[in-house]
Design a protein around this ligand. Structure first.
Ligand code: SAM
Length: 283
């Protein structure tokens, strides 16, 4: 058994969670930059990383930056039923439940869903969780939804174009005739076009976590997440989605109107956004 303290004796005092090696060691093989596989997200969201995920996204900081953007988008369309397809640890699902939306919380990772469920309980809600991969969403999730959300830069985990088309088609099929898909992504255009020097560090939750690109090319953005409290380090291998490419795919799958917002703003305030949010309508 490995504890967080074993891994970083100087800084992990106070953490006594017992981890097996598999809980804290992500398997990327000999050449991590060659790992460009849609299925690999399952091996990346291991227990140790999932336990740290809320330190990274920081629920309070996230609430401050997102504000009521998503709730406003949904309410203005008269949405009642929402499917969160990238539940993760449950942040957005819990916000939706708090706001009174009928919400189903799906994710392909059982580890993530278990954490989402316990986070929901802590906030006084019982999440309706379903383990489902986007590529086979209609097989595993039933019903029709007024809105689907896919947030927190999740779509980036799909490495093949056919997987992206399949996932978007599955989302489209689960929406009511006038339904809306809200999907966000990191601003990879800036990272790809800006050269390595421009890749600034993205700090969340104050100085406690650093997320930074370790390797980037047209087919891979490999990010390193360093948690300063115990020195633990995890990685995600992601596909660097260009904004206009995602908009084109959405149109080609059948979405009629796509609005893209920078950093949750109606109009771009001047700074280059770190994130884009696409709001795609069926009619
Ligand atoms: N939305 C959450 C947030 O903002 O914190 C989680 C974001 S996390 C970056 C990405 C999530 O997408 C993970 O929980 C992962 O398991 C899920 N995911 C990635 N690829 C998936 C797929 N093909 N099908 C279903 N879920 C997937």
């Amino acid at each position: 058994m490995t504890t967080a303290a074993d891994r970083s004796p100087d800084t992990a005092a106070g953490l006594d969670t017992e981890y097996s090696e598999a809980d804290v060691h992500q398997e990327f093989g000999e050449n991590p930059n060659e790992v460009r596989d849609t299925d690999h997200y399952q091996d990346e969201y291991i227990k140790g990383f999932v336990d740290k995920w809320d330190d990274y996204i920081g629920w309070e900081g996230r609430a401050a930056s997102e504000g009521s953007f998503f709730i406003d988008q949904l309410r203005s369309r008269g949405v009642e039923k929402v499917l969160d397809v990238a539940t993760g640890t449950g942040y957005n699902s819990v916000q939706l439940l708090k706001a009174g939306f009928e919400t189903v919380s799906a994710d392909g990772s059982a580890e993530m869903l278990a954490r989402a469920f316990s986070n929901g309980r802590e906030h006084g809600h019982v999440l309706r969780v379903v383990q489902a991969d986007w590529r086979w969403l209609n097989r595993d999730v039933h019903g029709e939804y007024d809105a689907i959300i896919c947030l927190g830069n999740s779509f980036t985990h799909l490495f093949a174009e056919r997987d992206r088309r399949k996932a978007l088609a599955e989302f489209y099929a689960m929406l009511s005739h006038d339904g809306v898909l809200i999907l966000d992504q990191r601003n990879y255009d800036q990272i790809l076009d800006g050269g390595f020097q421009s890749k600034h560090k993205y700090n969340y939750a104050g100085d406690t976590v650093t997320a930074e690109p370790e390797y980037v090319d047209d087919g891979l953005a490999r990010f390193r997440y360093t948690f300063h409290d115990d020195g633990s380090v995890y990685h995600l291998n992601m596909f660097p989605l260009r904004k206009d490419y995602v908009r084109r795919l959405m149109r080609e799958v059948g979405f009629q109107k796509i609005d893209t917002y920078g950093d949750f703003q109606e109009t771009n305030a001047g700074d280059v956004p770190d994130y884009w949010t696409h709001v795609a309508e069926k009619t």
